[in-house]
Design a protein around this ligand. Structure first.
Ligand code: PLP
Ligand code: TYF
Length: 397
Protein backbone atom coordinates (compact mmCIF):
# COMPACT_ATOMS: atom_id res chain seq x y z
CA UNK A 1 0.00 0.00 0.00
CA UNK A 2 2.94 2.38 0.41
CA UNK A 3 4.84 1.51 -2.76
CA UNK A 4 3.70 4.61 -4.66
CA UNK A 5 3.85 7.06 -1.77
CA UNK A 6 5.82 10.15 -2.69
CA UNK A 7 8.05 12.10 -0.37
CA UNK A 8 6.19 15.19 0.91
CA UNK A 9 8.04 18.51 0.83
CA UNK A 10 9.53 19.64 4.12
CA UNK A 11 8.00 22.54 6.04
CA UNK A 12 10.02 25.52 4.74
CA UNK A 13 10.70 26.72 8.30
CA UNK A 14 10.68 23.65 10.56
CA UNK A 15 12.63 21.77 7.85
CA UNK A 16 15.56 24.14 8.46
CA UNK A 17 15.99 22.75 11.97
CA UNK A 18 16.99 19.36 10.59
CA UNK A 19 19.66 20.88 8.37
CA UNK A 20 20.85 23.09 11.22
CA UNK A 21 21.09 20.19 13.66
CA UNK A 22 23.13 18.19 11.14
CA UNK A 23 25.61 21.08 10.68
CA UNK A 24 28.80 20.37 12.66
CA UNK A 25 30.23 23.91 12.62
CA UNK A 26 30.59 25.31 16.16
CA UNK A 27 29.77 28.88 15.13
CA UNK A 28 26.47 27.97 13.39
CA UNK A 29 23.41 30.13 14.10
CA UNK A 30 19.75 29.23 13.48
CA UNK A 31 17.82 32.36 12.48
CA UNK A 32 15.11 30.26 10.85
CA UNK A 33 12.39 29.13 13.20
CA UNK A 34 10.42 31.69 15.25
CA UNK A 35 11.54 30.77 18.73
CA UNK A 36 12.71 33.15 21.45
CA UNK A 37 16.16 32.34 22.85
CA UNK A 38 17.77 34.20 25.75
CA UNK A 39 21.17 35.86 25.60
CA UNK A 40 22.79 32.46 26.23
CA UNK A 41 21.01 30.97 23.24
CA UNK A 42 18.65 28.93 25.43
CA UNK A 43 14.86 28.71 25.32
CA UNK A 44 13.89 30.22 28.68
CA UNK A 45 11.61 28.56 31.23
CA UNK A 46 9.88 31.60 32.67
CA UNK A 47 9.94 32.13 36.44
CA UNK A 48 6.16 32.55 36.53
CA UNK A 49 5.75 29.24 34.69
CA UNK A 50 8.23 27.55 37.01
CA UNK A 51 6.28 28.76 40.08
CA UNK A 52 2.93 27.61 38.68
CA UNK A 53 4.39 24.23 37.74
CA UNK A 54 5.88 23.77 41.19
CA UNK A 55 2.51 24.38 42.80
CA UNK A 56 0.84 21.96 40.41
CA UNK A 57 3.46 19.30 40.98
CA UNK A 58 3.04 19.59 44.75
CA UNK A 59 -0.75 19.33 44.44
CA UNK A 60 -0.47 16.16 42.31
CA UNK A 61 -3.88 16.69 40.74
CA UNK A 62 -5.72 13.73 39.19
CA UNK A 63 -5.70 13.47 35.39
CA UNK A 64 -9.30 12.96 34.36
CA UNK A 65 -10.56 14.08 30.96
CA UNK A 66 -10.98 17.80 30.51
CA UNK A 67 -14.24 19.18 29.17
CA UNK A 68 -14.22 19.17 25.35
CA UNK A 69 -13.75 22.95 25.34
CA UNK A 70 -11.02 22.86 28.01
CA UNK A 71 -10.93 24.47 31.44
CA UNK A 72 -13.24 27.40 32.17
CA UNK A 73 -10.53 29.11 34.27
CA UNK A 74 -8.25 29.03 31.24
CA UNK A 75 -10.83 30.09 28.67
CA UNK A 76 -11.97 33.05 30.77
CA UNK A 77 -8.38 34.18 31.29
CA UNK A 78 -7.80 34.07 27.53
CA UNK A 79 -10.91 36.17 26.91
CA UNK A 80 -9.73 38.78 29.41
CA UNK A 81 -6.35 38.96 27.75
CA UNK A 82 -7.82 39.45 24.29
CA UNK A 83 -10.80 41.67 25.02
CA UNK A 84 -9.95 43.27 28.36
CA UNK A 85 -11.43 42.13 31.65
CA UNK A 86 -14.20 44.76 31.52
CA UNK A 87 -15.32 43.72 28.04
CA UNK A 88 -19.05 44.07 27.50
CA UNK A 89 -18.92 41.18 25.02
CA UNK A 90 -17.66 38.84 27.73
CA UNK A 91 -20.27 40.11 30.19
CA UNK A 92 -22.98 39.59 27.56
CA UNK A 93 -21.93 35.99 26.92
CA UNK A 94 -21.01 36.82 23.32
CA UNK A 95 -17.60 35.15 23.45
CA UNK A 96 -17.08 31.43 22.91
CA UNK A 97 -13.56 30.25 23.79
CA UNK A 98 -12.12 26.76 23.55
CA UNK A 99 -8.71 25.61 24.67
CA UNK A 100 -6.75 24.48 21.62
CA UNK A 101 -3.49 22.70 20.83
CA UNK A 102 -1.39 25.79 20.24
CA UNK A 103 -2.22 28.55 17.81
CA UNK A 104 -2.04 25.99 15.01
CA UNK A 105 -4.69 23.85 16.70
CA UNK A 106 -6.90 26.90 17.16
CA UNK A 107 -6.61 27.79 13.48
CA UNK A 108 -7.41 24.20 12.53
CA UNK A 109 -10.53 23.96 14.71
CA UNK A 110 -11.61 27.36 13.39
CA UNK A 111 -10.97 26.31 9.79
CA UNK A 112 -12.88 23.03 10.16
CA UNK A 113 -15.80 24.79 11.80
CA UNK A 114 -15.85 27.51 9.12
CA UNK A 115 -15.91 24.82 6.43
CA UNK A 116 -19.19 23.57 7.91
CA UNK A 117 -20.52 27.09 8.31
CA UNK A 118 -19.42 28.61 4.97
CA UNK A 119 -18.54 25.68 2.71
CA UNK A 120 -18.38 27.77 -0.47
CA UNK A 121 -16.18 30.56 0.87
CA UNK A 122 -12.70 31.52 -0.28
CA UNK A 123 -10.02 32.26 2.31
CA UNK A 124 -7.70 35.26 1.87
CA UNK A 125 -4.30 35.44 3.56
CA UNK A 126 -1.79 38.28 3.45
CA UNK A 127 0.88 38.32 0.74
CA UNK A 128 3.16 37.07 2.20
CA UNK A 129 1.95 35.17 5.26
CA UNK A 130 2.95 32.38 7.59
CA UNK A 131 2.95 29.49 5.11
CA UNK A 132 0.96 27.26 7.43
CA UNK A 133 -2.04 29.62 7.04
CA UNK A 134 -2.42 28.48 3.46
CA UNK A 135 -1.77 24.84 4.28
CA UNK A 136 -4.24 24.79 7.19
CA UNK A 137 -7.13 26.34 5.30
CA UNK A 138 -6.46 24.33 2.14
CA UNK A 139 -6.44 21.13 4.15
CA UNK A 140 -9.79 22.17 5.63
CA UNK A 141 -11.04 22.25 2.03
CA UNK A 142 -10.99 25.97 1.20
CA UNK A 143 -9.47 27.65 -1.83
CA UNK A 144 -6.86 30.07 -0.46
CA UNK A 145 -5.94 33.33 -2.18
CA UNK A 146 -4.01 36.41 -1.06
CA UNK A 147 -4.59 40.08 -0.45
CA UNK A 148 -1.77 42.61 -1.05
CA UNK A 149 0.17 43.30 2.15
CA UNK A 150 3.90 43.86 2.06
CA UNK A 151 5.43 46.65 0.01
CA UNK A 152 9.10 45.86 -0.56
CA UNK A 153 9.79 49.41 -1.73
CA UNK A 154 8.67 51.05 1.53
CA UNK A 155 9.28 47.97 3.67
CA UNK A 156 5.85 48.69 5.10
CA UNK A 157 2.28 47.74 4.33
CA UNK A 158 0.74 48.39 0.92
CA UNK A 159 -2.39 49.51 2.69
CA UNK A 160 -4.09 51.04 -0.35
CA UNK A 161 -3.69 47.74 -2.16
CA UNK A 162 -4.93 45.77 0.81
CA UNK A 163 -7.96 47.97 1.33
CA UNK A 164 -8.89 47.96 -2.35
CA UNK A 165 -8.73 44.16 -2.40
CA UNK A 166 -10.82 43.75 0.76
CA UNK A 167 -13.39 46.16 -0.68
CA UNK A 168 -13.69 44.01 -3.81
CA UNK A 169 -14.36 40.66 -2.14
CA UNK A 170 -17.67 38.81 -2.13
CA UNK A 171 -19.67 38.61 1.10
CA UNK A 172 -18.78 35.63 3.25
CA UNK A 173 -15.09 35.64 2.26
CA UNK A 174 -12.82 34.66 5.15
CA UNK A 175 -9.99 37.09 5.85
CA UNK A 176 -7.00 35.94 7.91
CA UNK A 177 -5.38 38.91 9.67
CA UNK A 178 -2.22 38.95 11.80
CA UNK A 179 -3.37 40.76 14.94
CA UNK A 180 0.15 42.02 15.70
CA UNK A 181 3.80 41.29 14.87
CA UNK A 182 3.12 40.20 11.30
CA UNK A 183 4.87 36.95 10.41
CA UNK A 184 7.06 37.08 8.28
CA UNK A 185 7.45 40.81 7.58
CA UNK A 186 7.28 42.54 10.99
CA UNK A 187 5.14 45.25 9.32
CA UNK A 188 1.91 45.98 11.20
CA UNK A 189 -1.13 48.17 10.49
CA UNK A 190 -1.62 51.45 12.34
CA UNK A 191 -4.62 51.91 14.65
CA UNK A 192 -6.37 54.02 12.00
CA UNK A 193 -5.74 51.35 9.35
CA UNK A 194 -7.27 48.71 11.59
CA UNK A 195 -10.42 50.82 11.76
CA UNK A 196 -10.47 50.90 7.96
CA UNK A 197 -10.15 47.11 7.86
CA UNK A 198 -13.07 46.82 10.28
CA UNK A 199 -15.10 49.11 8.01
CA UNK A 200 -14.24 47.04 4.94
CA UNK A 201 -15.26 43.83 6.73
CA UNK A 202 -18.52 45.42 7.77
CA UNK A 203 -19.46 46.94 4.42
CA UNK A 204 -18.51 43.82 2.41
CA UNK A 205 -19.84 41.26 4.91
CA UNK A 206 -16.45 39.54 5.29
CA UNK A 207 -15.59 37.03 8.02
CA UNK A 208 -12.51 38.26 9.93
CA UNK A 209 -10.20 35.70 11.52
CA UNK A 210 -7.49 37.32 13.62
CA UNK A 211 -4.41 35.28 14.39
CA UNK A 212 -2.78 36.41 17.64
CA UNK A 213 0.46 34.47 18.03
CA UNK A 214 2.64 37.22 19.51
CA UNK A 215 0.54 39.22 21.97
CA UNK A 216 3.01 41.16 24.11
CA UNK A 217 5.95 41.02 21.70
CA UNK A 218 5.43 44.43 20.07
CA UNK A 219 4.45 46.92 22.77
CA UNK A 220 2.70 44.97 25.54
CA UNK A 221 -0.40 42.92 26.27
CA UNK A 222 -2.93 45.75 26.07
CA UNK A 223 -1.26 47.70 23.26
CA UNK A 224 -0.93 44.59 21.09
CA UNK A 225 -4.64 43.86 21.42
CA UNK A 226 -5.59 46.98 19.44
CA UNK A 227 -6.82 45.05 16.39
CA UNK A 228 -8.91 42.69 18.50
CA UNK A 229 -10.34 45.66 20.39
CA UNK A 230 -11.20 47.46 17.14
CA UNK A 231 -13.18 44.44 15.99
CA UNK A 232 -14.78 43.95 19.40
CA UNK A 233 -16.04 47.55 19.35
CA UNK A 234 -17.48 47.09 15.86
CA UNK A 235 -20.42 44.84 16.64
CA UNK A 236 -19.17 42.35 14.04
CA UNK A 237 -18.81 38.62 14.51
CA UNK A 238 -15.26 37.35 14.19
CA UNK A 239 -12.76 34.63 15.07
CA UNK A 240 -9.50 34.92 17.03
CA UNK A 241 -6.81 32.29 17.46
CA UNK A 242 -4.39 32.74 20.36
CA UNK A 243 -1.03 31.11 20.88
CA UNK A 244 0.96 31.09 24.12
CA UNK A 245 3.89 29.23 22.63
CA UNK A 246 5.99 32.39 22.44
CA UNK A 247 4.58 34.62 25.17
CA UNK A 248 4.89 31.87 27.82
CA UNK A 249 7.82 30.11 26.17
CA UNK A 250 5.75 26.92 26.23
CA UNK A 251 6.21 25.82 22.63
CA UNK A 252 6.03 22.07 23.19
CA UNK A 253 3.13 22.16 25.64
CA UNK A 254 0.83 23.25 22.78
CA UNK A 255 -1.18 25.95 24.52
CA UNK A 256 -3.59 28.03 22.47
CA UNK A 257 -7.23 28.98 22.17
CA UNK A 258 -9.93 29.73 19.64
CA UNK A 259 -12.37 32.52 20.47
CA UNK A 260 -15.48 33.28 18.45
CA UNK A 261 -17.40 36.50 18.97
CA UNK A 262 -21.12 35.98 18.34
CA UNK A 263 -24.12 38.32 18.21
CA UNK A 264 -25.78 37.08 21.41
CA UNK A 265 -25.52 34.68 24.33
CA UNK A 266 -28.01 32.18 22.93
CA UNK A 267 -26.07 32.17 19.64
CA UNK A 268 -22.89 31.42 21.61
CA UNK A 269 -24.48 28.27 23.04
CA UNK A 270 -25.34 26.96 19.58
CA UNK A 271 -21.92 27.89 18.14
CA UNK A 272 -20.10 26.23 21.04
CA UNK A 273 -22.11 23.04 20.56
CA UNK A 274 -20.97 22.89 16.91
CA UNK A 275 -17.34 23.69 17.69
CA UNK A 276 -17.35 20.91 20.30
CA UNK A 277 -18.45 18.52 17.58
CA UNK A 278 -15.40 19.51 15.51
CA UNK A 279 -13.13 18.98 18.52
CA UNK A 280 -14.67 15.62 19.44
CA UNK A 281 -13.81 14.14 16.07
CA UNK A 282 -10.27 15.58 16.07
CA UNK A 283 -8.74 15.04 19.51
CA UNK A 284 -11.76 14.75 21.86
CA UNK A 285 -10.49 17.16 24.51
CA UNK A 286 -7.29 19.11 25.14
CA UNK A 287 -4.34 18.09 27.35
CA UNK A 288 -4.32 19.55 30.86
CA UNK A 289 -0.88 20.73 31.79
CA UNK A 290 -0.01 23.70 29.58
CA UNK A 291 -3.40 25.35 29.91
CA UNK A 292 -3.44 24.81 33.67
CA UNK A 293 -0.07 26.53 33.99
CA UNK A 294 -1.10 29.48 31.83
CA UNK A 295 -4.38 29.83 33.73
CA UNK A 296 -2.58 29.69 37.08
CA UNK A 297 -0.25 32.49 35.98
CA UNK A 298 -2.96 34.67 34.45
CA UNK A 299 -5.32 34.22 37.39
CA UNK A 300 -2.77 35.05 40.12
CA UNK A 301 -2.03 38.80 40.44
CA UNK A 302 1.57 38.11 41.54
CA UNK A 303 2.39 35.55 38.86
CA UNK A 304 0.66 37.63 36.23
CA UNK A 305 2.88 40.61 37.13
CA UNK A 306 5.95 38.40 37.09
CA UNK A 307 4.97 37.07 33.66
CA UNK A 308 4.37 40.55 32.25
CA UNK A 309 7.80 41.60 33.52
CA UNK A 310 9.43 38.57 31.94
CA UNK A 311 7.55 39.16 28.70
CA UNK A 312 8.77 42.77 28.72
CA UNK A 313 12.29 41.41 29.18
CA UNK A 314 11.95 39.26 26.05
CA UNK A 315 10.46 42.17 24.10
CA UNK A 316 13.25 44.54 25.18
CA UNK A 317 15.98 42.05 24.37
CA UNK A 318 14.64 41.62 20.83
CA UNK A 319 14.55 45.41 20.46
CA UNK A 320 18.16 45.64 21.64
CA UNK A 321 19.13 43.04 19.05
CA UNK A 322 17.41 45.07 16.33
CA UNK A 323 19.32 48.22 17.24
CA UNK A 324 22.57 46.35 17.69
CA UNK A 325 22.25 44.53 14.36
CA UNK A 326 21.76 47.81 12.51
CA UNK A 327 24.80 49.32 14.27
CA UNK A 328 26.98 46.31 13.66
CA UNK A 329 26.05 46.08 9.99
CA UNK A 330 27.11 49.69 9.63
CA UNK A 331 30.32 49.00 11.53
CA UNK A 332 30.98 46.04 9.24
CA UNK A 333 30.99 48.43 6.29
CA UNK A 334 27.50 47.81 4.88
CA UNK A 335 26.47 50.87 2.88
CA UNK A 336 22.81 49.86 2.54
CA UNK A 337 20.47 51.43 5.09
CA UNK A 338 19.18 48.66 7.37
CA UNK A 339 17.44 51.00 9.83
CA UNK A 340 14.08 49.51 8.79
CA UNK A 341 14.98 46.56 11.03
CA UNK A 342 14.39 48.80 14.06
CA UNK A 343 10.88 49.71 12.92
CA UNK A 344 9.72 46.15 12.32
CA UNK A 345 7.77 44.55 15.17
CA UNK A 346 7.84 41.15 16.83
CA UNK A 347 10.33 38.37 16.37
CA UNK A 348 11.06 38.70 12.69
CA UNK A 349 12.72 40.87 10.16
CA UNK A 350 12.13 40.65 6.46
CA UNK A 351 15.71 41.62 5.61
CA UNK A 352 15.45 41.84 1.84
CA UNK A 353 18.24 39.24 1.57
CA UNK A 354 17.77 37.21 -1.60
CA UNK A 355 17.42 33.42 -1.68
CA UNK A 356 20.96 33.26 -3.09
CA UNK A 357 22.32 35.39 -0.22
CA UNK A 358 20.49 33.21 2.33
CA UNK A 359 22.02 30.15 0.67
CA UNK A 360 25.48 31.73 0.91
CA UNK A 361 24.94 32.51 4.60
CA UNK A 362 24.29 28.82 5.15
CA UNK A 363 27.09 27.48 2.96
CA UNK A 364 29.83 29.89 3.96
CA UNK A 365 28.90 30.73 7.55
CA UNK A 366 26.50 28.07 8.93
CA UNK A 367 23.85 30.75 9.40
CA UNK A 368 20.36 29.46 8.65
CA UNK A 369 17.48 31.73 7.59
CA UNK A 370 14.25 31.28 5.65
CA UNK A 371 14.82 31.54 1.88
CA UNK A 372 12.47 34.55 1.73
CA UNK A 373 15.07 36.53 3.72
CA UNK A 374 13.15 36.31 6.99
CA UNK A 375 15.36 36.15 10.06
CA UNK A 376 14.36 35.61 13.69
CA UNK A 377 15.86 38.43 15.76
CA UNK A 378 15.20 36.48 18.95
CA UNK A 379 17.92 34.00 17.95
CA UNK A 380 20.56 36.74 18.03
CA UNK A 381 22.50 37.38 21.22
CA UNK A 382 25.45 39.44 22.39
CA UNK A 383 27.81 36.55 21.53
CA UNK A 384 26.69 35.71 18.00
CA UNK A 385 25.48 39.07 16.67
CA UNK A 386 28.94 40.26 15.61
CA UNK A 387 29.50 37.06 13.63
CA UNK A 388 26.06 37.33 12.00
CA UNK A 389 26.56 41.01 11.11
CA UNK A 390 29.93 40.31 9.49
CA UNK A 391 28.44 37.38 7.57
CA UNK A 392 25.54 39.47 6.28
CA UNK A 393 28.01 42.20 5.34
CA UNK A 394 29.98 39.64 3.35
CA UNK A 395 26.96 38.38 1.39
CA UNK A 396 25.44 41.79 0.59
CA UNK A 397 28.69 43.28 -0.70
N1 PLP B 1 0.22 31.90 13.72
C1 PLP B 1 1.36 32.54 13.46
C2 PLP B 1 1.30 33.82 12.69
C3 PLP B 1 2.57 32.03 13.90
O1 PLP B 1 3.69 32.68 13.62
C4 PLP B 1 2.59 30.83 14.63
C5 PLP B 1 3.88 30.30 15.09
O2 PLP B 1 4.12 29.29 15.58
C6 PLP B 1 1.37 30.19 14.88
C7 PLP B 1 0.22 30.75 14.42
C8 PLP B 1 1.27 28.88 15.57
O3 PLP B 1 1.40 28.91 16.92
P1 PLP B 1 1.70 27.56 17.73
O4 PLP B 1 3.17 27.36 17.62
O5 PLP B 1 1.22 27.88 19.08
O6 PLP B 1 0.94 26.48 17.07
O1 TYF C 1 7.05 31.07 11.72
C1 TYF C 1 7.67 30.50 12.60
O2 TYF C 1 8.88 30.32 12.54
C2 TYF C 1 6.95 30.02 13.84
C3 TYF C 1 7.18 28.57 14.16
O3 TYF C 1 4.88 24.87 10.60
C4 TYF C 1 6.55 27.60 13.21
O4 TYF C 1 5.62 30.37 13.69
C5 TYF C 1 6.98 27.51 11.90
C6 TYF C 1 6.44 26.60 11.02
C7 TYF C 1 5.44 25.75 11.47
C8 TYF C 1 5.01 25.83 12.78
C9 TYF C 1 5.56 26.77 13.64
Amino acid sequence: IFAAVEMAPRDPILGLNEAFNADTRAEKVNLGVGVYYDDNGKIPLLGAVRAAEKTRLEAMPPRGYQPIEGAATYNTAVQNLLLGKDSQLIANGQVVTIEALGGTGALKVGADYLKRLQPGATVYISDPSWENHRALFESAGFPVETYPYYDAATRGVNFEGMKAKLNSLPAGSIIILHACCHNPTGADLSDAQWNDVVDACRSRGLIPFLDMAYQGFADGIEADAVAVRAFSASGLQFFVSSSFSKSFSLYGERVGALSIITAAKEESARVLSQVKRVIRTNYSNPPIHGGAVVAAVLNSPELRQQWEDELAGMRDRIRDMRTSLVEQLKAAGVAQDFSFVIKQRGMFSYTGLTAAQVEQLKTDFGIYAVSTGRICLAALNTKNIGYVAKAIAAVVK
